[in-house]
Design a protein around this ligand. Sequence first.
Ligand code: HEM
Ligand code: FES
Length: 782
Amino acid sequence: DHTQAAETPAGVCPFAKAAMSSRFTDPKGCPVSSDAEAFDPFAASYQADPAEVLRWSRDDEPVFFSPKLGYWVVTRYEDVKAVFRDNRVFSPANALEKITPFSSEADAILKQHNYGMARTLVNEDEPAHLERRRALMFSFSPEELLHHEPMVRRLTREYVDRFVNKGSADLVNEMLWEIPLTVALHFLGVPEEDMGKLREYSIAHTVNTWGRPTPDQQLKVADSVGKFWNYAGKVLEKMREDPSGNGWMEYAIRRQKELPEVITDSYLHSMMMAGIVAAHETTAHATANALRLLLEDKMTWDRICQDASLIPQAVEECLRHSGSIVAWRRVALEDTEVGGVSIPKGGKLLIVNSSANHDERYFEDPDSIDIFRDNASEHLSFGYGSHQCLGKNLARMEMCIFLEELTKRLPHMQLVPDQDFKYLPNIAFRGPENLFVEWDVSLNPEKTNPEILATHEAIKIGSPSKDDIYRSVLVDQVRHEADNVIGISFKNQDGSEFPRWSPGAHIDVMVGEYTRKYSLCGYNTDRKTLDIAVLREEDGRGGSKYIHDSLKKGDALKIKGPKSNFRLDEKAERYILIAGGIGITPVLTMADRLAELGKDYCLHYAGAARASMAFLNRIEQDHAGRFELYPKAEARRADLQSLVATADANTRIYVCGPDRMIEELEQLCEPLPDNILHFEHFTAKHETFDTSNDKAFELVLANSRMVVTVEPGQTALGALKAAGVDVESDCEEGLCGNCEVEVLEGEIDHRDNVLARSEKAENKRMVTCCSRAKSRSIKIAL
Ligand code: HEM
Ligand code: FES
């Protein structure tokens, strides 16, 4: 078994050999930083807030070796996702391996119990995993999941009935632990009799797999885990006598008759035990985390109390912010690289999805909770790729129903102040051991309005659709900014603050049938207003004309965001900012930020004439001495070549402007390293491609062993989604890069505005929402 063969034991330096080579020049020969050395995922501070504790890593050392754990720790969104995605190189075989080896006495106890936990789904390699997963998916289909809805509602109603008139409760112990356990047992088809024992067993399983028990605790844990194993075996034996029920395990027993090599005895026994934990603790903890977050954010809590249709998006945002699985594991099957760091074959990885979910490079203002964040469902709390949580939609359904019942019946509930949230020290599962709440029983709404108990929201299986998530705003001001340019200020309809946004961020404005992106151009310290500037484009797609002609103060609109595809690297020393025409908007907010940071920057702004160049006064006021204007009417032109010639490794160039300008800069910057030039286009380039000769092509999915055909009128992204393959997307116009996939073979017809020229030439990445194939087929790493 490769996981056993090539592991790096904790405390042993994986650099030992490398350090002797010339690569490491550190006099001590040790490339492990002091932060990496100090990293301890069992420490109380990490349990309390893993993403915050790893901020240093996301910023400075996104992949590091932890000598204490013997693991490579991965903390940025893109890297964590890339590891999850590549199940050929990164095997999940160690997902359920003990992180703390047991003493020989504890091992002996496990042996006495004949403990034999082996491969399930979550730790199985390909091709066995996908065959098994496909054979067992049926029970997770939307129709099947809906069968469980009445049971979840009934249980929730009964549990809340028990405490609704008490005025206080520990939601974990009086509701959140037992309902998901009962649902899990129903889902699996296991009798409900042994709930008390199962609670003890599942905690023991968590400590056994992901915890750091002392030698004394190990003896007890080993005994409980051994008993859990035998309990699972007995339940299975009994189930085999009559596997006609609706439970997932009963279904698996029936499938075993047709596919005995795929669904083995060992699998069934292991899954019976692992399944109880997977379906139960995860959901209990995730709901407790969500309720804590929501009750700490009164405005959001009140919003979902008033409008239950917002609950699914609140659930998704809570899963992003505080999911219940904070990190997961993989082992490298070959020498490889993550985020530019070499990982040796056999290297074990701790991929910290909770840190990824708070990566400011991916989510705007990631530490605050924002139920109008339309990309919240791109969180990695359920993992990603071929092993992504099978039970995610059951969990979502349960969480929605719990929140709906609680917001309806106890909207006035509050957290008991100053309570100490405790967590079981382990590297994977995270949820508070108690959640004490209190309320004034005389204000229970059902006392005056018992009808509230009669109705409920319709459940939609799955994550909420991005299309349904938007902010309702009002136009607060429309003003002249320059010839053909108007400035618009938006306020939230309820007057609340917007999330923080980063320089270069944009919003999507939905006007009539149009959705258009506009960079934010106000001061990001003003949290109550969002400002955009809109150029009237006579030959555009119509959105700007509509905005110019029809929008007025007081109008209600829907917007999405703020979000960002154009991020400022704040670590450089010198900055050249270049704007052409209305491209000034994102560049201006970058200049504001650089001024605030006291950096060395210069803003170069080209336009037709002063009268048509927006924000000249603001630039003069805020960036005096740090800008150059190039109005064409005054025969002033920016000498881009000379500007680029001054760039060194510590310079960053940010540009937004017409395609010509960006293309010229791309050419000029070609000899420079990739991280110097950064740009944003206003519009999608692929609209200008002639699509009449587009041909069908095949996408060969190397990891999933599937072939998907992309028809002429279809995008690769559309074809993948239609085939049930998860690929993220946002703009679907080739502007944001979310839908990018790694290409292993085949020639790409690039039509996006995301990849740099050098990246296009490399032929290794493809933006699936618009690019196509030049060859008949393209092999991708999905
Ligand atoms: C896998 C999280 C609820 C069944 C996983 C994985 C994670 C996860 C992180 C590993 C993904 C990967 O390796 O890419 C969660 C969370 C839950 C939850 C946060 C609750 C909020 C459930 C429920 C069930 C379930 C309710 C069952 C009814 C599974 C199964 C797998 C899995 C069977 C293995 C899938 C495979 O390897 O193909 N889950 N889970 N989970 N989960 Fe969940
Ligand atoms: Fe934005 Fe494809 S979804 S580039």
